[in-house]
Design a protein around this ligand. Structure first.
Ligand code: UD1
Length: 425
């Protein structure tokens, strides 16, 4: 069994460079299926979700040449299969982008129902609604999603009932090669949606309005190959380091990020008493006081991201006074609070609200990573706690954070990666 041992407490100091955005990359990789020829991608994060995605694409017939850890050329010329039903596909949520991308290219598509972090019910009804609006027939049975079309998809007006990142991206993917015009209304506005649209536009797609709630797509007949596209920096990785800097009362310069994407997190950290300086494509976070308590509500972008909710909660555990976390996106995103209680935090979570009374200190304990972002939160808790915090189920963390141990250790943390068997040597 793998685990991290975080030897706390520490103050993070120094410089960290942010990797490419996971949630952009997991849409852009399947988007390459729509192009004829090769796509050269840069700033691809080296994380397990991306390695899984590459395996899925290779199983479909893609040829992937790795130029470096973060750079690859994907050639989908010989992709002949549109069946992606495997253990790998069902393992993570973002495999649903294969549906939109493959439907743009093939008449019949089959993928396993997507898995992913256990954050509560994760329906795909809005994805299906979008595909059906464009003329596809979609069926879900025996753990698979089957989508088919008798003729090329046709543009249409799609009004999403809920603001969904995945459904917006899937609608964009399917509509790019559809005949005629598509309008997606009540679209999500996250930075990775803009990045997907920019990537597709760089191949000849005609997508306007990404980043607003109305996206207009004029279908094109084909997409050309792309000689070089660099994926945007990861908003959530940036936010994780920002919170870690503040929680440890540190001084960290976070490079290769987009400060504009960080505004909701920056605002909360300033409320907590941190100093946040924006310096071009870097952000410096310093903190020299006990955090002030605050209330945070998760919302679709540009609101406070749900994927930063567990991390920002760590600040509240050691804040002066009582704070509140309100989760508006996922119904089961407070499972991690039980782990923090083991470390001495005073949290009571019911339904969509957690009340957090600040305590003087957290103390080391063995804790589990319930999901990717909760795992990152456990690491931050370990950084501020007295003693050696053992963080288990770290495969969740490795899905989405490149070189997380190396990056924290370069900032002065002392974190070990341990394989349980190693201890018996
Ligand atoms: C993406 C992110 C995830 C993040 C989430 C919200 C990826 C790979 N994952 O997930 O990390 O937490 O955005 O920012 O990018 N919903 C429906 N029907 C649907 C689709 C969604 O009711 O068909 C609901 C969901 O239950 C949820 C809300 O809409 O309450 C938002 O979900 P959505 O934005 O789709 O999340 P994902 O794209 O799955």
């Amino acid at each position: 069994m793998e685990k991290f041992i975080v030897h706390g407490p520490c103050k993070l100091k120094g410089t960290v460079k942010i990797s490419g955005a996971k949630n952009a990359a997991v849409a852009i990789l399947p988007a390459t299926l729509l192009a004829e020829g090769k796509c050269h991608l840069e700033n691809v994060p080296d994380i397990s979700d991306i390695r899984s995605y590459c395996k899925i694409l290779e199983a479909l017939g893609a040829k992937i040449e790795y130029l470096s850890k973060n750079e690859m050329i994907i050639d989908n010329t010989n992709v002949t299969s549109a069946i992606a039903s495997s253990e790998l596909t069902s393992k993570f949520r973002a495999s649903y982008y294969l549906l939109g991308a493959l439907l743009g290219r093939f008449n019949q598509v089959q993928i396993s129902l997507p898995g992913g972090c256990n954050l509560g019910a994760r329906p795909i009804d809005q994805h299906i609604k979008a595909f059906e609006s464009l003329g596809a027939t979609v069926e879900v049975r025996n753990g698979n999603v089957y989508a088919s079309r008798k003729e090329p998809l046709h543009g249409n007006s799609i009004f999403l009932d809920v603001v969904s990142v995945g459904a917006t991206m899937n609608a964009i993917l399917a509509a790019t090669l559809a005949k005629g015009n598509t309008v997606i209304e009540n679209a999500a506005k996250e930075p990775h949606i803009v990045d997907l649209a920019n990537f597709l536009n760089s191949m000849g797609a005609k997508i306007k309005g990404a980043g607003t709630d109305t996206i207009r797509i004029t279908g094109v007949e084909k997409l050309r190959q792309v000689s070089s596209y660099s994926i945007i920096p990861d908003q959530i990785e940036t936010g994780t380091f920002m919170v870690a800097a503040a929680a440890t009362k540190g001084d960290v310069l976070i490079q290769n990020c987009i400060p504009k994407h960080m505004e909701p997190i920056t605002a909360k950290l300033i409320e907590a008493g941190a100093t946040v300086e924006e310096l071009g494509d870097s952000i410096r976070v310093t903190m020299d006081q006990i955090p002030n308590s605050f209330t945070v509500k998760t919302m679709p972008y540009p609101g406070f991201p749900t994927d930063m909710q567990p991390q920002i909660c760590i600040l509240l555990t050691i804040a002066s006074g009582t704070g509140m976390v309100i989760e508006n996106i996922w119904e089961s995103r407070f499972q991690y609070t039980d782990e923090l209680t083991k470390m001495g935090a005073d949290i009571s979570a019911h339904g969509s609200t957690a009340i957090v009374k600040g305590v003087e200190k957290l103390y080391a304990a063995p804790v589990h990573s319930h999901d990717l972002r909760a795992g990152a939160a456990m690491m931050i808790a370990g950084l501020i706690a007295e003693g050696d915090t053992e963080v288990y189920d770290i495969h969740h963390i490795l899905r989405g954070y490149e070189d997380i141990v190396e990056k924290f250790n370069k900032l002065g943390a002392h974190i070990e990666y341990v394989k349980e068997d190693d201890k018996h040597d």
